[in-house]
Design a protein around this ligand. Structure first.
Ligand code: 0RA
Length: 632
């Protein structure tokens, strides 16, 4: 007995670090940490099942809030452990990292346990642990209080069975919660049932008011898992299932294509989920893309000119479970959710490559379905890329401040605010001086936008002038466009009455038509009508918008030829003249742009700037004779 007390002190010292810093061993002491304790206990029984020694596991949440896991495995050995002088059961429960490695018959081939810390950690963080072992013809029992054996292991009866039961009461002075969550445990247990084909996992909840029971057994293993994941979804072909091994590493993959867009590939290493992926996932993806491309080329399902399937193409709509068993798994990443062992990639890549290739050869119909699905994904990807290029991604302009070139109006009421888009800095200067500062904002545009040879939004936005305009309008663009945010209800395009001016106007209208159609439809877009002629006689001045008007005025007021001035550009007007003739709401004429106008502009833009040379030639031949003012 005194020898036993001495070893108790050792145990206490051995587990002290766990009680001092539980987070180091189970991540946290919250509800997640609590369930880590459960996984640790379950994993030990699963290990025994994976090794082929157990096929039944029963988990029970007891009415008193404790949780137990029983299995029909070999039972934890009860003989004296050579290194500790204690029984192996007590050793496994009280020595950190002992677990299966302390087994008399050597360790497990593979071992689960998220942190590989072993059930001794559960013991250290529990008020009480009871272990019952059936083995060697007897039933053995030992209990622990906060990690320390209460009395040595003893035989309490005879038994013709084998197995282990571990029951624990979490320590409320360390764990923040002791409430086991049925649904969380159920999800994990179900997963484990898929991953270890042929074992029966039974669960009970005996807590008052929460009574429940369920049982899982999946003959098909991960094939059943894929079937479960695809419930209620349209699938293509059957579920494929591949198993193989190389040296000590085994892999198992089940997969099926669906009509979904996203992929659902779940990976596991030693039955532990690896949501961050890792080397097993990489090997699988590489093999899948390589084999499908090779097959499609060989069968001439992909023609020479067709692009190969990308990894994304072959993954679209794929549901798969990838499960590997590795002797010494390395879990990496933020949440230890990524498998790091580098040799696994090659094992899976070679293994899946070979077996999948054989499968395709033997099942041409299924193969055809898969290839068709991938080809569809390729087409969709190319179409989506084209669409994306014309629509600016969410947030591209968010947080941008108003352009420095904008002379904003002081009114913040969009209904009474106007934005003049003015061609050229000099006209912009006149407009800024002549405007009504209260309600009129001026944004000068340089002629540079003439160089924009394409109306693709991304390209246009690379142009600062256009970017400024979009920011000034304030309603966003693409999928963040919000008409309600428009800062001006009248947007007035004011360009020179020459070829360049017409070009800029066409370009702006095309932009608005293609990317701000609601603005055009709502009638927010206008074109300023600056006069073409100024006529004067003595102190009197008239302006004419058209040749007819000019002729009428000249005749009526006997205006001499030398008093007739043709405005070539807005810049020729001084601020007062510009205000009077073009900007003053009382006297000006502005033309509201209709959707048909914008459509025409769009069409002309396509003809003049697009890729279709033949229609451009035809357009020029048809309209060449109409050209009057040709700027050279
Ligand atoms: C050490 C060695 C052996 C089995 C086990 C541990 C074992 C541990 C747990 C935990 C829960 N259930 C378990 N079942 C078995 C192998 C013993 C032998 O060779 O017979």
């Amino acid at each position: 007995m005194s020898e036993y007390k001495a070893s108790n002190i050792q145990v206490l010292e051995g587990l002290e670090p766990v009680r001092k810093r539980p987070g180091m061993y189970i991540g946290s002491t919250d509800v997640r940490g609590l369930h880590h304790l459960v996984w640790e206990v379950v994993d030990n029984s699963i290990d025994e099942a994976m090794a082929g020694h157990a096929d039944e596991i029963i988990l029970k949440i007891h009415a008193d809030g404790s949780l137990s896991v029983s299995d029909n495995g070999r039972g934890i050995p009860v003989g004296k452990h050579p290194k500790t002088g204690l029984s192996t059961v007590e050793t496994v429960l009280t020595v950190l990292h002992a677990g299966g490695k302390f087994g008399e018959g050597g360790g497990y081939k593979v071992s689960g346990g998220l942190h590989g810390v072993g059930v001794s950690v559960v013991n250290a963080l529990s008020d009480k642990v009871e272990v019952t072992v059936h083995r060697d013809g007897g039933e053995y029992f030992v209990s622990f209080a906060k990690g320390v054996p209460v009395e040595p292991l003893k035989k309490v009866g005879d038994s013709d069975q084998t197995g282990t039961t571990v029951r624990f009461w979490p320590d409320g002075s360390i764990m923040e919660t002791k409430d086991f969550i049925w649904s969380t445990i159920k999800k994990r247990i179900r997963e484990q049932a898929y991953l270890t084909r042929g074992i029966t996992l039974t669960m009970f909840d005996a807590r008052e008011g929460q009574e429940a029971a369920c049982q899982f057994y999946f003959e098909g293993g991960i094939k059943s898992f894929v079937h479960h994941l695809n419930e209620g979804i349209t699938t293509y072909g059957g579920i494929m299932h591949f198993i193989g091994e190389e040296k000590d590493t085994t892999f198992e993959v089940a997969l099926q294509y669906t009509s979904e867009f996203r992929d659902r590939v779940q990976c596991f290493a030693n039955n532990i989920a690896t949501p961050e992926g890792g080397t097993h996932l990489t090997g699988f993806k590489v093999a899948l893309a390589r084999v499908l491309n090779k097959y499609a080329r060989e069968q001439n399902l992909l023609k020479e000119k067709d692009p190969s399937f990308t990894s994304d193409d072959v993954l679209e709509g794929l549901t798969a479970v990838v499960s590997v068993k590795v002797p010494e798994p390395q879990f990496e990443g933020q949440t230890k959710g990524k498998l790091g062992n580098s040799h696994v990639r090659g094992v899976v890549e070679r293994g899946i490559g070979k077996t999948l290739e054989e499968y395709l050869m033997e099942n041409p119909k299924e193969a055809r379905l898969m290839i068709d699905k991938c080809a569809l994904a390729t087409r969709a990807r190319l179409a989506a890329r084209a669409a994306r290029e014309t629509v600016i991604r969410k947030g591209a302009l968010e947080g941008a401040s108003l352009p420095g070139k904008l002379a904003d109006c002081s009114s913040k009421d969009p209904a009474t605010s106007e934005l003049f888009i003015v061609e050229g800095d000099s006209a912009g200067g006149s407009a800024k001086q002549g405007r009504d500062r209260d309600s009129q904002a001026i944004l000068p545009l340089r002629g540079k936008i003439l160089n924009t040879e394409s109306c693709r939004l991304e390209r246009m936005l690379a142009n600062n002038e256009i970017k400024n305009l979009v920011i000034a309008m304030g309603a966003g663009i693409g999928d963040t466009y919000e008409q309600g945010k428009l800062r001006y209800h009248k947007i007035v395009i004011m360009t020179d009455a020459d070829v360049d001016g017409a070009h800029i106007r066409t370009l702006l209208l095309t932009l608005l038509y293609r990317h701000f159609k609601p603005l055009v439809q709502a009638g927010h877009i206008f074109i300023a009508q600056p006069p073409l002629y100024k006529l004067s006689k003595g102190k009197k001045t008239w302006y004419a918008m058209t040749d007819e008007e000019k002729d009428e005025i000249m005749a009526e007021h006997e205006v001499k030829g030398e008093n007739m001035q043709r405005y070539k550009g807005l810049g020729e007007m001084n601020p007062e003249q510009l205000w009077e003739t073009t900007m003053d709401p009382e006297t000006r004429t502005i033309a509201q742009v209709t959707i048909e106008d914008a459509e025409k502009a769009d069409h002309i833009f396509r003809v003049l700037m697009g890729d279709d040379v033949a229609s451009r030639r035809k357009f020029i031949q048809t309209h060449a004779s109409e050209v009057k003012d040709l700027d050279i």
